[in-house]
Write a protein that binds this ligand. Sequence first.
Ligand code: MN
Length: 311
Amino acid sequence: MLSNVTPTFLGAESATDPTLVRTAYAFLGIPFGPPYEGWEYAAASKAPDVLREVTQARAYTRFINHWNFDIGEPQYEDGRPDITDLGNVAGDVRRPETILGEAVKVLSPLVRNGVVPLVMGGLDSVPPMVVAAFEGVEDINILHVDAHIDFRDEIYGRRDGYSSPIRRIREFSFVHDIVQVGARSIGSARREEVEAAIAMGNRIVTAWQVHEEGAHTVAATLDPIRRWVIVIDCDGMDPTVAPAVGAAEPGGLSFVQTATLLRHLARNNLVAGVVFTEFQPAKDINDLTALAIIRLLLNVVGLQRQPARLA
Ligand SMILES: [Mn+2]
């Protein structure tokens, strides 16, 4: 069930039928990922709508035909974002295990038609919903930016909670490389999760490694053949960049380091999808977190040369 929204992301056209999208990109909110306890729903569920509002409140929407110095040309010279806003997949929050199916129903037609989904969660339990849509369509890699590796098999009996998304994604046979960037400090992972992730082929690039070796060095190691779904838990970025998170952890990726990874993939036409999670708008400061997300998305859609408009 999709709801129409006003305002839309960047003033994009809105639609509720994913099979009719003819733009290169589609923006979609998935406000509710399975929580461990019901109250946790509230923290990030406003994220998609707040992100839309911030694109309008700032000059981005009004100046959408202006020069973007990040990409070296006007963002959309004709004033029309090559994006359709599909609204939000709410799902039945009383039955969180059903939301994945609802999300895949919307995302599958996009992926099958070559439309790149830009998804705003929701808790960090949302990413497997986005990745599941690629089943039977395309083999992909995962770039995961997060302070945590999210590799718990279960917590409180839940296997689809926000500490397990990368474990679930690892189980998809069509997922190849998983590169996890930004891990630091103490989180949900114990020895067994770190060892399991590595044994199952994941590559963990700690935040320290990014700071010491540089984001360009990390970007250069990414597979240049298969496309990537980019999964960003906002707490992967430094709290000075993205303060509006539930688990703020100093020492994270800077805006430039995060953008360097995304810009590398976008310039090489390797972005198959993007999903941001764990943005908790009530904790934001001067819209900083929303602006970081929006600008990273503007970089991706501005640098990736999609085929011309699909229609
Ligand atoms: Mn995290």
